[in-house]
Design a protein around this ligand. Structure first.
Ligand SMILES: [Zn+2]
Length: 287
């Protein structure tokens, strides 16, 4: 590739690495707080093919952290994926950028994952993370999940983590990073949710969603995630399974925890393709 844009990064991973980045097909699920940072970084790295799966428009309250939103973008009326695509093309109009303006839990959302070489999860809901874990395992896709959070309190907690599920060697579930109960609630049909809330009340942890979010914290975890992707894609190094960022103590640490050896997703589902019926998430639930 005769492109002097990349001359400052070629000494790290070489022309072969740069060519791998250019050839990579990367799907990003979610173009919100973390996704709006991951997507431009992938473009600047030199990724040649990007698919953005996002169903939401920006709101005024997103403007503190949506990296691709401009002050003149109207609210309502600006789709998060469209402004992420705009930013990518401003960097490099030769990048192939596809927008899937719907949720992951659609036929188009699933196809965007199946056709990718690498998948980023930049989502809020545990339910979407659980589906992504199974879908990426079934189709043997490297899945890098990005999460950040702020918990006001005394002391306040803020930070995030990056989980790289690669090759059936650890995932969000077997590394203990996914709240399976919350995920199953996210995936309930609306009437099931109403019935449960009528009986048990609304779970307070779910009410906290849409809580505090700060661009610099999102930026740390987004950059950690893109760096792990860069290592994997170029062959520079092996990504860490789980990286944790504690904003309060200013520490980034790599988890030494081993994944459980009998993980359903890493062993039972990995590479099973369509014989694992992950498409059941696309069917209306029968109750
Ligand atoms: Zn696992």
């Amino acid at each position: 590739m005769n492109d002097s844009r990349f001359e400052r990064q070629l000494p790290l991973f070489g022309e072969a690495g740069q060519r791998k980045l250019r050839a990579a097909r990367v799907t990003v699920i979610g173009a919100g707080g973390t996704g709006s940072l991951v997507i431009p970084e992938l473009a600047l790295l030199g990724v040649g093919w990007l698919t953005i799966v996002e169903h939401d428009d920006i709101e005024q309250s997103n403007r503190n952290r949506h990296f691709c939103a401009r002050h003149y973008d109207p609210v309502p009326g600006t789709h998060k994926a469209d402004i992420a695509r705009r930013m990518v093309l401003e960097y490099d109009p030769t990048i192939q950028v596809a927008v899937v303006p719907s949720s992951l839990l659609t036929r188009q959302g699933f196809e965007a994952v199946k056709s990718a070489d690498y998948v980023f999860g930049c989502v809020d809901l545990e339910g979407v993370r659980l589906v992504l874990t199974e879908l990426c395992a079934a189709y043997a896709k490297p899945y890098i999940d990005v999460s950040s959070g702020v918990e006001p309190g005394n002391p306040p907690l803020y930070g995030g983590r990056v989980c790289s599920a690669i090759g059936g060697n650890g995932c969000l579930v077997c590394l203990g990073e996914l709240d399976v109960l919350e995920a199953s609630r996210d995936l309930e049909a609306p009437e099931e949710q109403c019935n449960r809330e009528a009986i048990y009340g609304v779970d307070k942890s779910l009410l906290r969603r849409g809580g505090p979010s700060v661009v610099s914290i999102n930026g740390v975890v987004a950059s950690l995630a893109v760096t792990e992707f860069m290592k994997l894609c170029t062959g520079l190094d092996r990504p860490a399974r789980l990286i944790k960022y504690d904003g309060r103590t200013s520490r980034v640490s790599v988890s030494r925890d081993e994944p459980s050896s009998n993980c359903y997703y890493c062993t039972g589902v990995w590479g099973a393709g369509s014989t694992d019926d992950v498409e059941r998430f696309l069917r209306p639930s029968v109750s």
